[in-house]
Design a protein around this ligand. Structure first.
Ligand SMILES: CCCCC/C=C/C(=O)SCCNC(=O)CCNC(=O)[C@H](O)C(C)(C)COP(=O)(O)OP(=O)(O)OC[C@H]1O[C@@H](n2cnc3c(N)ncnc32)[C@H](O)[C@@H]1OP(=O)(O)O
Ligand SMILES: Cc1cc2nc3c(=O)[nH]c(=O)nc-3n(C[C@H](O)[C@H](O)[C@H](O)COP(=O)(O)OP(=O)(O)OC[C@H]3O[C@@H](n4cnc5c(N)ncnc54)[C@H](O)[C@@H]3O)c2cc1C
Length: 664
């Protein structure tokens, strides 16, 4: 029935103030107010309707995306929204689009790698969207191996131009979002060649389409790479291909903040680390971590509300059946995901701080923390996107059969989200970057160089390599020191074992290749330690609001103890804990589930998601699931007529045996 809150009982059970938790989740009262206001604005605007997305053809979907983007831009100007508000608007519109790459990569690439003069010129055009840009790095033949890119930018001193060229089919740019049909410009990554010498990968601003009629410029071939996984989903994005046939651009369109080419064609290397050419990726990976908590919390919100609505078994004498959320198996699958959503939120906040810090240091020519920033952004991007993609799929299963319906919101969410495990760096490739960083840190232990930041724990190797957990009863697992020590000892021991095994190889690189799988596991253990430690650090902050800290405390230990349970092999084989202590951790975990259970619905209400944003019949705020499932079913085009199209041609002949008669 409309108007009734089917989840009211659940909400009444909550032992904390949801409004206060909303502020913690948003990060600040200001962030909450902006998000809340913009989410409502989007939800109430019919242009941003999205409930029929799966039924649109690719062309219709793409056109509707263009319409939404144009309308959003108009509203941003009319309402004079600032950068933060405009970002929230695009977020809540919730449809992948060229603007994500324009604002998310093209503009940051120019900011990070352009000279002041270049920024002035290009950003003033980009900020007003008089040009639209994308980030064209990946090629058909190479994505992960950036050094292997083939596109060339050869300097021609006669004309003071670069000649951008695609020498082979595998050199074609392939994948960049917004490239296929929209972008007028791109930051193109190509091998810089001058005076016959190859100086490696650099960024260049290249115009792709006419600003008059949008047609591709001469010698440029550009198009969309084709339909991607899932109905609707990421198909609103025009991921593109691009080939250059000796396209000329002025020399000053090479992004020259880091290194330069002079009028005479002399290459002037940068006096800062050359890896800064990868700076845009570090920036985006950091934003992807924050975004993981958005996607996971959304799925968890749907699965939690529905698990409270859904009842199966347990009825005696016609009594009421059990809510599926009361089954311990459901809790054991759902609550760690709820805890992960909060954990990723807080580690995302911390990573944002780390990124700001490293940016300020770089501006002051302090490059010391760059390797750590790279390792943290790469490793946490990998860890959180893998867990989120798996978590969304788990939420679909937690919703049983109805989770498989498009209108549950979960299939589309999964299809949109899962490429995050691949873009901005394949998740395995990124963990291997963390592993290299860890192996270097371990190699330096004992050299007098004290590890700092996220590897500071390695400085306590003497203790961590031999310590045994002191846990004696289940509640001891709620002691932050006990949890941190177990995670630190496990991470360090795994890294040191890899380093020892590596040292057995004469050729270090060959050894590294041989041990790849172990190295990835060591890197994951290190990243999990970061997430756990940042959650614990969050609890040490001054968090107000009735009962809020208690709930966060429960979630923090659910996150940590669930990981301990899941990776028990690591903890036991490295002798950090005993089987008895592992069993106590499980006892504590079950007790925490019981404590979270009455608060579960309120904990997902704290995400403050509108029904528009969730776009899920199962996750509706009012829990009125069953009538709405019928409403959705009736809307399906197959139900337009009671007798389906095709009956006369294909069904009737079968039923009436006309086919069989004809064959005889
Ligand atoms: C708005 C959201 C929508 C998102 C849409 C999606 C967009 C995209 O996908 S854009 C394309 C993203 N592509 C990638 O992420 C490619 C992944 N590959 C890489 O990042 C790199 O090639 C690599 C890190 C895997 C390897 O780098 P490479 O230089 O080829 O090789 P090395 O391993 O020898 O590294 C040299 C040296 O540089 C350090 N390093 C690597 N990356 C960075 C970085 N981003 N920042 C700082 N430092 C970096 C690396 O650790 C090595 O250091 P040393 O060991 O000290 O020499
Ligand atoms: C939806 C989407 C949007 C994208 N948007 C953009 C964009 O806007 N701009 C852009 O430039 N690019 C974009 N990309 C491309 C993306 O960045 C690359 O696909 C990504 O970096 C992975 O590279 P790859 O495809 O070459 O994978 P590959 O490297 O070919 O990976 C294939 C397999 O090989 C493994 N592998 C590779 N190297 C190693 C190694 N050294 N050790 C162990 N295993 C290895 C991987 O783990 C993986 O299992 C996008 C991709 C997608 C899917």
């Amino acid at each position: 029935m409309e108007g009734i809150d089917h989840l009211a009982d659940e909400r009444n059970k909550a032992e904390f103030d949801v409004e206060d938790m909303k502020i913690v989740w948003a990060g600040s009262r200001h962030a909450f107010e902006v998000s809340d206001r913009i989410a409502r604005l989007v939800a109430s605007d019919p242009v941003f309707e999205k409930s029929n997305r799966a039924r649109l053809s690719r062309k219709e979907l793409f056109k509707s995306t263009l319409r939404k983007c144009a309308h959003a831009f108009k509203r941003i100007i009319e309402l004079r929204l600032n950068e933060e508000e405009a970002g929230r608007l695009r977020h809540f519109i919730d449809q992948p689009a060229y603007v994500d790459l324009h604002w998310g990569m093209f503009v940051p690439a120019i900011k990070g790698q352009g000279t002041e003069e270049q920024q002035k010129k290009w950003l003033s055009l980009a900020n007003k969207m008089q040009i639209i840009g994308c980030y064209a790095q990946t090629e058909l033949g190479h994505g992960s191996n950036v050094q292997g890119l083939e596109t060339t930018a050869t300097f021609d001193p006669k004309t003071d131009e670069f000649v951008i060229h695609t020498p082979t089919q595998t050199a074609s740019k392939w994948w960049p979002g917004g490239l296929g049909k929209v972008s007028t410009h791109a930051v193109v990554y190509a091998r810089l060649i001058t005076n016959g010498k190859d100086y490696g990968i650099h960024g260049f601003i290249v115009q792709l389409r006419s600003l008059e009629d949008h047609s591709p410029l001469p010698n440029i071939t550009v198009g969309d790479i084709g339909t991607k996984m899932g109905n609707g989903a990421y198909n609103s994005m025009d991921n593109g291909f691009l080939m250059f046939d000796h396209v000329r651009i002025p020399r000053d369109q090479m992004l020259m903040r880091l290194s330069k080419v002079t009028r005479e064609g002399e290459y002037v290397p940068s006096d800062v680390p050359k890896q800064l050419v990868y700076g845009t990726m570090v920036y985006v990976r950091q934003t992807i971590v924050a975004d993981a908590s958005n996607a996971l919390s959304r799925a968890v919100c749907i699965a939690t509300r529905y698990s409270a609505v859904r009842r199966q078994f347990g009825a005696h004498n016609g009594g009421i059946e059990t809510q599926v959320i009361d089954y311990k198996t459901q809790q054991n699958r759902l609550f760690p995901l709820l805890a992960s959503a909060y954990a990723f939120r807080f580690v995302g906040e911390w990573l944002k701080w780390l990124y700001t810090d490293v940016t300020e240091r770089l501006a002051a020519s302090d490059f010391a923390t760059l390797p750590e920033a790279h390792a943290c952004t790469a490793g946490l991007k990998s860890l959180t996107t893998t867990a989120t993609a798996d978590g969304i799929e788990e939420c679909r299963k937690l919703c049983g059969g109805h989770g498989y319906l498009w209108c549950s919101g979960l299939p589309e969410l999964f299809a949109v989200y899962v490429p995050a495990c691949t873009y901005e760096g394949d998740n395995v490739v990124l963990q291997l970057q963390v592993a290299r960083f860890l192996m270097k840190t371990v190699a330096q232990l004992g050299s007098g160089k004290v590890p700092v930041g996220t590897t500071a724990y390695m400085g306590r190797a003497a203790h961590l390599l031999q310590c045994r957990s002191g846990v004696q009863k289940a509640e001891d697992w709620l002691n932050p020191d006990a949890v941190l020590e177990a995670f630190e000892a496990r991470a360090l021991r795994m890294a040191v074992t890899c380093a020892k095994n590596l040292s057995k190889f004469e050729n270090q690189e060959q050894g590294f290749q041989e041990l790849l799988a172990d190295l990835v596991e060591a890197a994951i253990a290190h990243c999990q330690l970061i997430v756990v430690s940042k959650f614990i650090a969050k609890l040490e902050q001054d968090i107000g609001g009735k009962g809020v800290k208690k709930q966060l405390n429960n979630l923090c230990y659910i996150y940590a103890l669930y990981l301990l349970h899941k990776h028990l092999g690591d903890f036991l084989s490295t002798n950090c804990i005993t089987p008895k202590q592992a069993s106590l951790a499980n006892d504590q975990l079950r007790s925490l589930y019981t404590q979270v259970r009455p608060n579960a619905v309120a904990l997902v209400d704290a995400f403050n998601y509108t029904d528009h944003y969730l776009n899920s019949v199962l996750g509706r705020y009012d829990g009125n699931v069953y009538p709405k499932l019928f409403e959705e079913a009736w809307k399906d085009p197959l139900n337009d007529s009671v007798v389906p199209d095709g009956y006369h041609e294909y069904l009737r002949p079968v039923l009436k045996q006309q086919l069989r008669t004809a064959r005889l």
